[in-house]
Write a protein of this length. Structure first.
Length: 367
């Protein structure tokens, strides 16, 4: 647009000047004007990115999501950098170890330019999820099952709780090592101990005090109770069933993320929030719990519609994702909203239609 304006101005100038006056300087003038315009646009975009990163550090309602199919290359929907600029952080749904060069480049660019943070994520039932090395051929030839090899690798010995605890500490530190290796921004524990799963699991990490030990170990290195300033800059969050944890253990987490899928009303969200308050209020105020709360919708099922039909307090019907954006607890302010398979909203017209609307509803642009 700026270039068309410049050409228009030049055209008016040329009509008032003889050919002999302007022929020699025409190309030089155009090149100089266009170079100045490009330079101004470049400076404006750099200033925009500076302001965007500053905004990410302010106290605001965050936009979160689980990002699937990430490869850092193509199509555009598989790149973190192409998320809406105001996206705050994502959980990497398809793995977080052995990142490719393209993934590492995309991760770095999204974070350094736009301030988009990425967390390791694991639906965790049994030890080793996400970081156990591939089973070697020698183990396979010896007739070992994956489960046997996996436990042996971590030093887990059934019936020996001391060795089991040592293996859990080793595992938690291995995840933290991976987070620091790739400069990820934390860990998202997908906690679903009471939710039926479509695969076989003994849910061994959820027995006795094992999951608490896992979180206490991670919590020394990342999250709000980390022992170093660098560690406290990283996030430790829990999704699924955060109320499984005690009020004391809840203090290890930056955010409590509820899978409020197919939620149909403000009243529904009020009830879900009240469960957290009931569980955690002995150690945190209702307002503090609210500020850590992120409510999410399932875009794997509802990306085309932005969710199910949702009723607001004043009786309006809106897509549930947008209803979550406008909802606030009766006391306090929520932490934000999110979506499972957020990348599927890229197919909307315009791209990331619902994510952008949610951002605008929670944090309206200053005019």
């Amino acid at each position: 647009m700026k270039k068309y304006f410049i050409f228009g101005c030049l055209a008016l100038l040329f009509t008032a000047t003889s050919c002999s006056d302007w022929t020699e300087v025409e190309n030089k003038n155009i090149d100089k004007l266009l170079a100045n315009a490009d330079s101004a646009q470049s400076r404006a975009y750099k200033d925009y990115l500076i302001n965007l990163r500053a905004y990410k550090n302010t106290d605001h309602q965050v936009t979160f999501g689980w990002f699937g199919g990430w490869n850092g290359e193509s199509p555009a929907s598989r790149c973190l950098y192409n998320l809406p600029d105001s996206t705050d952080f994502v959980s990497l749904w398809d793995g977080f170890s052995n990142l490719t060069a393209a993934q590492q480049a995309d991760l770095k660019r999204a974070k350094e330019e736009k301030g988009i943070r990425a967390l390791a994520c694991a639906l965790l039932f049994d030890i080793g999820k996400g970081v156990t090395p591939a089973q070697p051929e020698s183990s396979k030839k010896a007739g070992e099952s994956w489960e046997t090899y996996n436990k042996k690798y971590w030093g887990w010995v059934d019936g020996d709780e001391q060795k089991i605890n040592a293996s859990i500490v080793k595992y938690a530190n291995s995840i933290c090592d991976t987070i620091y290796k790739y400069n990820l921004d934390g860990f998202d524990l997908d906690a679903e101990p009471n939710i039926p799963q479509p695969f076989r699991t003994n849910k061994e990490m959820w027995k006795n005090d094992r999951m608490n030990l896992f979180i206490r170990t991670m919590g020394k290195r990342i999250g709000p109770k980390a022992e170093t300033e660098e560690g406290r800059k990283k996030l430790l969050v829990v999704d699924g069933e955060p109320y499984w944890f005690s009020a004391d253990m809840a203090l290890y987490f930056n955010y409590y993320i509820l899978q409020a899928y197919d939620c149909s009303s403000y009243a529904d969200l009020d009830n879900r929030f009240s469960q957290l308050v009931l569980q955690f209020s002995s150690k945190q105020t209702e307002e503090e719990i609210a500020k850590k709360l992120i409510v999410t919708e399932n875009f794997e099922a509802h990306s085309g519609t932005g969710g199910v039909t949702f009723t607001t307090r004043d009786g309006q019907s809106v897509p549930s994702y947008l209803g979550m954006a406008t909802w606030q607890p009766l006391k306090g302010r929520k932490g934000g909203i999110g979506s499972y398979h957020m990348e599927k909203d890229y197919a909307a017209n315009p791209v990331y239609k619902y994510l952008r609307k949610g951002i605008q509803l929670m944090n309206p642009a200053v005019k």
